[in-house]
Design a protein around this ligand. Structure first.
Ligand SMILES: NC(=O)c1ccc[n+]([C@@H]2O[C@H](COP(=O)([O-])OP(=O)(O)OC[C@H]3O[C@@H](n4cnc5c(N)ncnc54)[C@H](O)[C@@H]3O)[C@@H](O)[C@H]2O)c1
Length: 371
């Protein structure tokens, strides 16, 4: 950090970097985006011009050694997370890495333990933790307003169409399909709301081939799930029912369905991504009523973001960068950290094991000792 300014490097300048990381970091006072790294030279030039940043690289090692950023945001396809994160740790950087943290559990363990040993701050980009409605629902759980949560449901249903969707449709690049893409966020925030999952019973399905590009040219067919569901038993005794799918007609492109509903002994509450500043609440014997999220939950404390600015379905995501920067400045762990990325990967792999063996499987408990 020079003269109190924290320098950030952005690695991987595709969809999520443009929509979340760049706008998130660029509005924080005392933070400077010092350089860009992107394998696609054409996209790199485009971003340099758009964002007015001159230091641009296609090679990660050159970027790290010449720009020497204090921290990096890694937003590349899943297969490259581990390698780039380990290089950034060696260069002494704090790191926010996209989800899923790695392709398989062992690499997430390695990333978490290496970052911890190096003493750098580490964060997994579980963006949904920053939805105002969810933050507010968490406060209702913690305060006991909902009572004991008896059961809950989590749904993310979208329609991405039937054509090829790039690296996400290949196991080698992504690890899993819908489970690692949308499911892993819900695993993370479900455990954040209701504690550790003890056991899962899962089902996964690849429904279409996706062997054509949108213009009709043939391509390698997909080999991952585009629908996944599981029942989870939590250690608390709560049961969660989860379903995610990328081929849900009527649920896209803008009509995506993202819901979490908790049913407690005293009340129920519903979060819906598309109304992130309100939730639905129902007391005993009452129907649901819409409730405004109180001001204190509309953004993270101290965040420079104006909750009234832009599309609230997008802008809450900028608070993720604020949490990362705040943790660095305050010399504390990020929330969620690589620990949570590793933990979600363990549960996700248990779902795969359950789906393949068609039985309930207990989630290994060893992650708890590593926290
Ligand atoms: N947290 C969220 O809500 C969220 C949302 C979308 C994507 N993601 C995650 O973010 C990551 C990126 O997803 P995306 O949708 O932005 O993908 P994308 O394909 O749009 O962008 C990835 C970019 O990384 C670049 N790249 C690949 N290898 C590289 C390397 N070695 N060095 C530098 N650049 C490299 C690619 O050229 C591409 O431009 C994935 O892990 C994905 O799961 C998270």
């Amino acid at each position: 950090m020079k003269n109190g300014t924290l320098t950030i490097g952005l690695i991987g300048l595709g969809g999520v970097c443009g929509a979340v990381h760049y706008p998130g970091f660029s509005r924080i006072p005392g933070v400077r985006i010092a350089g860009l790294c992107e394998a696609d030279a054409g996209l790199l030039e485009k971003r340099k011009t758009e964002w007015g940043i001159t230091a641009g690289y296609t090679d990660v090692d050159r970027f790290l050694s010449e720009v020497k950023p204090d921290a990096v945001a890694v937003a590349v396809p899943n297969i490259y997370h581990r390698d780039i994160v380990l290089r950034a740790i060696r260069a002494g950087c704090h790191i926010i890495c996209e989800k899923p943290l790695g392709l398989m559990v062992p690499e997430t363990v390695e990333m978490y333990e290496t970052a911890r040993r190096a003493g750098v701050r580490h964060m997994t980009a579980f963006t949904y933790r920053f939805v105002p409605g969810l933050t507010y629902i968490k406060s209702l759980v913690t305060s006991g307003t909902l009572g004991e949560i008896r059961h809950a449901r989590f749904q993310r249903l979208q329609d991405w169409g039937e054509y090829a969707i790039g690296w996400r449709q290949y196991k080698k690049m992504a690890g899993t399909g819908e489970l690692g893409d949308m499911g892993i966020h819900r695993l993370d925030f479900a455990e954040d709301l209701m504690g550790p999952i003890r056991s899962v019973c899962g089902a996964m399905k690849q429904i279409v081939q996706r062997d054509r590009m949108p213009d009709g040219t043939p391509c390698e067919p997909q080999d991952v799930d585009d629908w996944v569901a599981w029942i989870a038993e939590f250690e608390s005794g709560t049961t969660g029912v989860f379903e995610m799918g990328k081929l849900t007609k009527g649920r896209g492109p803008k009509g995506d369905h993202d819901v979490c509903e908790l049913n407690g002994t005293e009340a129920s509450a519903i979060y819906q991504l598309h109304t992130p500043h309100t939730i639905l609440v129902a007391g005993r014997g009452k129907p649901y009523v819409r409730r405004q999220v109180p001001t204190e939950y509309l953004k993270r404390p101290g965040s420079p973001r104006d909750p009234e600015e832009g599309d609230p379905v997008q802008t809450f995501r900028y608070d993720q960068a604020w949490e990362f920067v705040s943790a660095i400045r305050e010399n504390r762990d990020c929330l969620p950290s690589f620990y949570h990325g590793m933990r979600a990967q363990v549960v996700a792999e248990t779902i795969v094991e359950s789906a393949v063996s068609r039985r309930w499987v207990n989630v290994p408990t060893w992650t708890r000792e590593k926290q």
